[in-house]
Design a protein around this ligand. Structure first.
Ligand SMILES: *[C@@H]1O[C@H](CO)[C@@H](O)[C@H](O)[C@H]1NC(C)=O
Ligand SMILES: *[C@@H]1O[C@H](CO)[C@@H](O)[C@H](O)[C@H]1NC(C)=O
Ligand SMILES: *[C@@H]1O[C@H](CO)[C@@H](O)[C@H](O)[C@H]1NC(C)=O
Length: 452
């Protein structure tokens, strides 16, 4: 009998049998892990019922989620609070990438100083000359979700009051001059500690004639960008702090509508409950607008229209993606890219918010400012399968860095900057986002200074 004959084998046979039985099990679990990363969350997707409220489901998802206020709360608890000290961010400016950076730096400096704040606003761009970013003033909610911000800061840092003066209403006279906070780039040197920053602030305040710590003191803060070594801070603080800023929900809704059309009309397999859907569509930021041209960015190697579009097509095909959502503030270049992609072998479909939004939503979009329109792209691109952006754009880089936090949350640790040793003209690649071109200043500042 079979059983008997087995029983008579030498011990080495049993060892071999054990190995032969275990190998398929080992290989199987290895493949499983490759496909479904830690937590195995993906494995249940086959069983998930189809979403019946695409827009609602899409809006409920944020790339870095859930928001956890507790690491911020712990940090706020470590501060000495001064109820009489109020910071006002004097001159945030630019597009979403820079304004977001200005705001988060400002909030961080306020927390370390134990100061309350005036809800920050920003300079807004001239509608006729997009290179002029100083034309007017705009309130917080031109870009961000005010209700969410107030709630999140209330949870995370209840010691900080957030004032919102009515138009024309004045809290107090600000001390003369703007205070530029001393850098907190600990990676640059040990002298950029919290202690040194607070001493610097103290000296600045004491040198002002009208300063009295017992009275309400309003300090105008000069904007800074990526002046904090985020990686010297507790991991949870770095992960969650930037999440207090979410995009204005009215504008976000337009992004959801665009993705809904993309799913229904162009491509059918996007689950709105996925933060980053797999194998759905490529997202590209074509940064060739007039202001980029005026700044001379497009004359450097690998940066002009043809270099950017070639690289995006190549990367999309590498990931087997034939549908591209392209963000650009320049309709002419968008049309050129569309024609170029269609003529490519194999052809790719290039779409944009202008193609995808239903007529009434398109009308709504046209009422928005240039920078608000870009927020629609910002939201869609954060949620593409694979992203391609441009190194001189803080807009592009913000998308890549936030998506990289998502990867980290998924348990996938990557070395996005290693690509600079392997390829020419690429600054960042973590497998789901790639940043084209090289730029010494951005590459020195952003890896540690930008908040996800
Ligand atoms: C912060 O301090 C308050 C009061 O001392 C305490 O109730 C709270 O639990 C602390 N929160 C954190 C996150 O440490
Ligand atoms: C769009 O790009 C074209 C070149 O393709 C350029 O001539 C034009 O000034 C750009 N317009 C804007 C608004 O960026
Ligand atoms: C665009 O950039 C590429 C690569 O840097 C260069 O070879 C090409 O000549 C440039 N084209 C134009 C029109 O400037």
């Amino acid at each position: 009998m079979y059983v008997q004959s087995l029983a008579n084998k030498p011990p080495a046979f049993y060892a071999a049998l054990l190995v032969v039985t275990l190998i398929p099990l080992y290989l199987g679990s290895y493949q499983y892990r490759l496909r479904y990363h830690y937590g195995g969350a993906d494995s249940s997707k086959g069983a998930r019922p189809v979403s019946t409220d695409f827009v609602g489901d899409w809006l409920n998802v944020h790339v870095v989620q859930p928001f956890n206020p507790s690491p911020i709360a712990t940090y706020c608890n470590s501060t000495d609070w001064h109820p009489n000290l109020v910071f006002n961010l004097e001159n945030a400016n630019g597009g979403i990438g820079n304004i977001r950076g200005n705001f988060i730096d400002f909030l961080f400096f306020a927390i370390e100083a134990g100061a309350s704040i005036i809800l920050p606003g920003m300079a807004s761009r001239s509608p006729t000359d997009i290179s002029n970013v100083w034309a007017d003033r705009a309130p917080f909610d031109m870009m961000f979700d005010e209700e969410w911000f107030l709630w999140a800061m209330g949870e995370a840092c209840p010691q900080m009051a957030v004032y919102k003066p009515e138009k024309g209403q004045k809290m107090a006279d600000a001390l003369p001059g703007n205070y530029l906070p001393r850098s907190r780039r600990l990676d640059v040197g040990p002298e950029y500690s919290k202690k040194m920053y607070l001493e610097h602030l103290d000296e600045w305040l004491k040198a002002k004639a009208g300063f009295n710590p017992d009275e309400l003191t309003l300090v105008n803060i000069e904007r800074s960008l990526w002046e904090i070594d985020t990686r010297s801070l507790p991991l949870g603080l770095r992960r969650n702090f930037g999440q207090v800023l979410r995009i204005n929900p009215t504008v976000r809704r337009l992004a959801a509508l665009a993705v809904e059309t993309l799913a229904s009309r162009v491509y059918t397999h996007i689950d709105p409950r996925d933060a980053v859907p797999r194998r759905a569509f490529y997202g590209a930021h074509l940064r060739t607008e007039a202001d980029a041209r005026n700044a001379g960015w497009l004359n450097e190697p690998n940066t002009n229209f043809s270099a950017q579009t070639d690289a995006y097509i190549k990367q999309a095909l590498k990931h087997k993606l034939k549908v591209m959502y392209v963000a650009s503030g320049n309709a002419t270049d968008l049309a050129l890219f569309k024609a170029k992609a269609a003529a490519h072998a194999p052809p790719l479909i290039v779409t944009s918010k202008l193609d995808l939004l239903p007529p009434d939503a398109l009308e709504e979009l046209k009422q928005l400012t240039w920078d608000q329109q870009a927020l629609v792209d910002y939201e869609v691109l954060q949620r593409c399968s694979v992203f391609g952006g441009f190194v001189k754009s803080s807009f592009s880089y913000n998308i890549a860095i936030t998506r990289n936090q998502w990867l980290e949350d998924e348990g996938r640790v990557t070395r996005p900057w290693f690509v600079t040793h392997e390829e020419v003209g690429v600054a960042f690649d973590d497998g789901i986002s790639r940043v084209l071109g090289r730029d010494g200043w951005h590459e020195a500042r952003i890896p540690r200074g930008m908040w996800p």
